[in-house]
Design a protein around this ligand. Sequence first.
Ligand code: NAD
Ligand code: ZN
Length: 342
Amino acid sequence: MRALVKAQAAPGLWMCEVPRPTPDSGEVLIKVLRTGICGTDLHIYGWDEWARQHVPVPLTVGHEFVGEVVEVGAGVSGPTVGDLVSGEGHVVCGTCRNCRAGRRHLCAHTDSVGLTRAGAFAEYLVLPAGNVWQHKAGIDLDVAAIFDPFGNAVHTALAFPVLGEDVLVTGAGPIGLMAVAVVRHAGARHVVVTDTNSYRLDLAMKMGATRAIDPTETSIADAQAGLGMVEGFDVGLEMSGSGAALREMVDNMTHGGRIALLGLPSGPVSLDLSTVVLNSLVLTGIYGREMFETWYAMSVLVSQGLDITAAITHRFPSSEYEQAFATARGGRCGKVILDWAP
Ligand code: NAD
Ligand code: ZN
């Protein structure tokens, strides 16, 4: 089968012929239909310090996918052949304290699809049956392909109640964009989005933002004043990984405001903690998706009319992966999809 492989410890990815995997007991074989390119895949392509430290070579990469179950291993009672599925890319240990307590998203021993085990940028993928999510009939295939990052967005956006609240989203990458649609759907009042990329600020408005600003041109305080807000944001969703964005967020929260941190900084971030203390702010880290409450919420939200399609801006056949990766790297895009149809 064809697969996009980190075949050498050097920048790049290579389309290779590799053996089609077979499902072991408790596993399913999925024919991959479409995949999404994630920032993690860009790091692996670029072979930066982080990738060099974490990714074994050779490895088939990619973890955002939708596909069809074509074979099930021994002992699998569901899903069944023909199901349209995506999958949770964090394969948990099942034996640590958190796993045994049902808090699988807090497992400290996860194996990751496309990072530490064979990934989804391939014609076929094997996954434990327990990691598979069956889609509702009629779902858009591109939306289904990005359930993994959509799950990051939903997990973060719903970390705190947003009904009637004013929400600040820093970073309008694909995940920030989807989070805008989620908090809007969930009844937030004002949703202010910041990014330094004008293409993405335009997308943020399409996703339902009240205001989308470049913080190097317009201060968040000015945006608040323009909306008649006087006490600061109730909820903050940090989705850029930028220390500057986090500091601006902390400075613009209401007393007792709540911040969910999804963005991954590339190094240590400095922060005036006295503002956090004196303003009684709550900060929480968000990793991955809840298994499988977030997945349940995603399916319900989409079937109830939440539309995230504007966050998907580019589609390429998998053979044109170089162009797809260049587009994703360039930043004048939302989500970039690879189609694995032959
Ligand atoms: P992305 O890199 O495409 O988007 C980040 C956006 O932040 C970009 O559009 C960038 O222009 C913007 N930005 C940079 N500096 C800014 C600033 N000072 N103010 C406002 N915006 C700024 O990433 P994504 O795929 O949308 O993911 C969002 C973040 O979440 C990334 O940091 C990613 O590493 C992280 N992430 C975390 C998890 C998790 O489980 N915690 C999972 C996936 C991704
Ligand atoms: Zn565990």
